[in-house]
Design a protein around this ligand. Structure first.
Ligand code: SF4
Length: 363
């Protein structure tokens, strides 16, 4: 069967491996582009959030490549993500496409649904459960390695001596990980990738700011959706950190919830589940403030309820803990130049604030 999936950062490298190893043909959709977005905008409800529109465009592009089935994840909590699969399926059917969307819900929430879905995938290719777990474990190792390598690239880029060198090396490492076929090769590619990134000439004495990135998972992870915000900030010499990576999110959904620290930090301000990553946005801002970060950027899809709720709480957190927060709402009208201008202004403000704090006499 020809199977496709949503693109979110570089995770497609691991998903492609998993689907191919299960005996199907992975159809990797093109990286999201203006065309993807305009396809999604054309057929999605006007007030759908931007992840919905980009995903719809991605599915239409995957269908052009011959996809018969699309595998996607479900959503937990009071947020529209839980309806994405159903609504996408209806829109694609209305457009005359016979493609089937398989929604994989977190097993912690629906173990029988998860087993049913896996059976649908492994039955046609006569793969046993043991072999399935083996391939799943290998793909998981690749996903974790992809995220680890990306994290290192974010540590190195703000300090690189030659602008653009980290991105070049990072792309080479991604290629190495893409070519790795088993756990041993993945480990070797990861170790070599880290070595290559760490040996990039850097000036660690250069003064930098530290900015945390929070917000809705899709726009935080997918560079097309956030107009390459993280790399843009790092090119301005800002060290960035984000808590959301797909491997961490998957671990929380599929194995155990490791977000107790974030939820505990958010509790004085927000103590109930509001869907999406709303509670994380509040809790992570508290943690970034405690860890001495200079500022926080919140990425919020336009009309995203969880992030709107978080945004209404963040001024209080910002005031109490003395951490500036910039919220960027993102929709199909948002342009890279607008994001860049706002980031430059925010970074200038953070530098001025840092200087004022340095000259302020001790009391
Ligand atoms: S978290 Fe926000 S952007 Fe994501 S699906 Fe829910 S409402 Fe949409």
């Amino acid at each position: 069967m020809k199977i496709s999936f949503p693109r979110m950062g570089n995770s497609f490298i691991a998903f492609k491996m998993l689907i191919n190893s299960l005996g199907h043909e992975a159809i990797v959709p093109p990286a999201p582009s203006e065309r993807t977005l305009s396809l999604g905008v054309r057929y999605a409800p006007e007030f759908a959030c931007i992840p919905f529109k980009i995903l719809l465009g991605t599915y239409l592009e995957a269908i052009e490549l011959g996809t018969e089935m699309i595998i996607t994840s479900g959503g937990v909590g009071p947020c529209r993500a839980g309806y994405y699969g159903v609504l996408h399926q209806m829109i694609l059917n209305d457009l005359g496409h016979k493609v089937k969307i398989m929604v994989i819900e977190p097993p912690l929430r629906d173990i029988f649904g998860f087993i049913r879905n896996v059976k649908t995938l492994i039955k046609p290719t006569r793969i046993g459960w043991r072999t399935f777990w083996h391939h799943l474990k290998t793909a998981w190792e690749k996903l974790v390695a992809l995220d680890d390598i990306e994290r290192i690239s974010h540590q190195v880029r703000p300090y690189e001596v030659n602008r653009g060198e980290t991105t070049k090396v990072y792309e080479r490492v991604l290629q190495m990980l893409d070519e790795a076929r088993n756990i041993q090769e993945i480990t070797e590619a990861r170790v070599e990738g880290e070595r290559l990134l760490r040996q990039i000439p850097c000036d660690y004495n250069r003064p930098t700011l530290k900015v945390g990135i929070i917000g809705e998972i899709y726009v935080v992870i997918e560079p097309f959706a956030n107009h390459d915000l993280q790399v843009t900030l790092e090119s301005m010499g800002v060290e960035t950190q984000r808590a959301i990576y797909l491997s961490g999110y998957t671990r929380d959904c599929f194995v155990f919830d490791s977000e107790h620290d974030v939820k505990k930090a958010a509790a004085p301000y927000l103590n109930e589940l509001i869907g999406g990553h709303g509670i994380n946005s509040v809790g992570e801002t508290v943690l970034y403030a405690r860890h001495g970060f200079d500022g926080v950027v919140q990425l919020a899809p336009f009309a995203c309820i969880p992030e709107i709720v978080a945004k209404s709480i963040l001024p209080k957190v910002s005031h109490d803990l003395g951490i500036p927060v910039l919220t960027l709402f993102i929709d199909e009208q948002t342009g890279k130049a607008g994001i860049q201008t706002r980031l430059e202004a925010f970074v200038d403000l953070l530098w001025q604030r840092r200087q004022m704090m340095e000259v302020r006499p001790a009391i």
